[in-house]
Design a protein around this ligand. Structure first.
Ligand SMILES: Cc1cc2nc3c(=O)[nH]c(=O)nc-3n(C[C@H](O)[C@H](O)[C@H](O)COP(=O)(O)OP(=O)(O)OC[C@H]3O[C@@H](n4cnc5c(N)ncnc54)[C@H](O)[C@@H]3O)c2cc1C
Ligand code: SF4
Ligand code: SF4
Length: 384
């Protein structure tokens, strides 16, 4: 079963999450107190704390979580699938505006949905990931379309986006929407499950989570070193992508498109991502990824896969189609099965890595072997 904090939640995080290489860098333990900070892309504990029931522990996606309770809280049970979580609808989608598509990562579905939520008053602020002066990603609270658009595109280093959520000034920021990777979406979902007095107002303001598919993030330090060795200027990179079937990471730079082989990039992947079972942001309202299963890469690179998970997510997607800002196509069962296959592969890989690290299928670090989804894949691996 998943590890439980006994004394000192921060001490627990330090010993069992930070020192064990499990920290995802989501930022959920930052900005709650002065002791826990982000340094470059690392979460660092500045001082010991002996608080037994700290919010940092309750919100951390790498501390024990009752995933069954979370699924019940957030989703309709008829929609649940073991492979990719709740599915109300599965589509290929893209922004109707070609300029927006050109600026965005794939089909600009994330940007178009966030812009619309803001324009229609469903949210008053959005939290997206921005690049700071040191070329690190950070969460930022933005209130207008221009800022959302300016920060479209993916950077594959960690963004402690959830730390920005803790910076919200309760009334001023109003209703909030967040763009989140799977581990960040899980942290936000844990805040809904484990409402703690001083955070209750804030979490009630969270009205929308747009999840991103996520395979891994890169260690900023290793990645910067690799770029330097390969003469790619970090400051010139505007976005990056892994084109389907090519086994390279592409960099869009001010001097054109460059690339590095995936074998070199793999050496920079953060250790914590090896233990991550979620590739599709299962705890979001909608989840968005590249449309890699729909055809050749050239045909689909400006399209997204879109999983609608909640009623709120469905309302937003329906509205986007009615307003003429989003085009959607029903995806084939074959594509859905390919997506599920890829998601299962990540789940099995993560479980294998966890067992290898802990030395026993009975010690699953942050996971609980009694959870039905975890149990299912332990069974598939023959480790039950
Ligand atoms: C670290 C990471 C790994 C990913 N891995 C995969 C994958 O394996 N397979 C796959 O299909 N898709 C993956 N994606 C998602 C994919 O890159 C696109 O974000 C997604 O397809 C949405 O495309 P879009 O055109 O709608 O996005 P856009 O409209 O361009 O919006 C992208 C949004 O992502 C936010 N963002 C950018 N960088 C980060 C970051 N580091 N952390 C958090 N938010 C960020 C931006 O603020 C923006 O709001 C990954 C994304 C990230 C950030
Ligand atoms: S995973 Fe998130 S909440 Fe947990 S220690 Fe790391 S940054 Fe903090
Ligand atoms: S692979 Fe998992 S742990 Fe790593 S950044 Fe993505 S969601 Fe977070």
């Amino acid at each position: 079963m998943g590890l439980k904090a006994k004394a000192g939640s921060q001490e627990f995080l330090k010993k069992h999450v930070l020192d064990e290489g499990l920290c995802t860098g989501c930022g959920a333990c930052v900005n709650l107190c002065p002791y826990q900070v982000i340094y470059h892309d690392r979460t660092v504990q500045l001082h010991k704390c002996d608080l037994e029931d700290g919010q940092c522990y309750s919100f951390c996606p790498r501390a024990a979580t009752d995933l069954t309770a979370l699924r019940k809280l957030l989703f309709e049970q008829d929609d649940m699938t073991p492979e990719i979580g709740a599915v109300k609808g599965y589509y290929f989608a893209q922004a109707v505006d070609p300029e927006l598509r050109a600026a965005a990562q794939h089909g600009a579905t994330v940007t178009v949905l966030m812009e619309l939520a803001l324009a229609e008053g469903l949210i008053d602020s959005a939290i997206v990931s921005i690049r700071d002066q040191d070329f690190m990603q950070n969460g930022a609270i933005v209130n207008d379309k221009i800022e959302i658009r300016k920060n479209a595109g993916s950077k594959f280093t960690v963004s402690p986006t959830v730390a920005a959520f803790h910076q919200l000034v309760t009334q001023e920021s109003g209703k909030v929407g967040v763009v989140a990777t799977p581990c960040q979406a899980l942290a936000l979902a844990k805040m809904k499950l484990n409402k703690i007095n001083e955070n209750e107002n804030k979490i009630n303001q969270l009205k929308l989570v747009i999840g991103l598919y996520c395979g891994w993030t890169l260690s900023a330090e290793k990645y910067a070193k690799l770029l330097l060795e390969r003469n790619v200027a970090l400051e010139s990179i505007t976005k990056m992508d892994v084109p389907a079937g090519k086994n390279i990471l592409e960099f869009y730079t001010n001097d054109g498109v460059k690339s590095l082989p995936m074998e070199e990039i793999q050496t920079c992947i953060r250790e914590s991502c090896r233990y991550c079972m979620d590739s599709t942001a299962e705890y979001a309202d909608v989840s968005v990824g590249s449309a890699r299963f729909a055809g050749s890469w050239e045909e689909v690179r400006h399209w997204n896969q879109l999983i609608v998970r909640t009623a709120k997510g469905k309302e937003l997607v329906d509205l986007a189609v009615r307003r003429g800002v989003l085009e959607i196509r029903e995806a084939s069962l074959e594509s859905l099965n390919e997506l599920k296959g890829a998601a299962v592969k990540k789940k099995k890989e993560a479980l294998k890595n966890i067992i290898e690290k802990s030395g026993s299928a009975k010690k699953l670090l942050y996971l609980d072997g009694r959870d039905p989804v975890v149990k299912k894949y332990l069974e598939v691996l023959g480790r039950l």
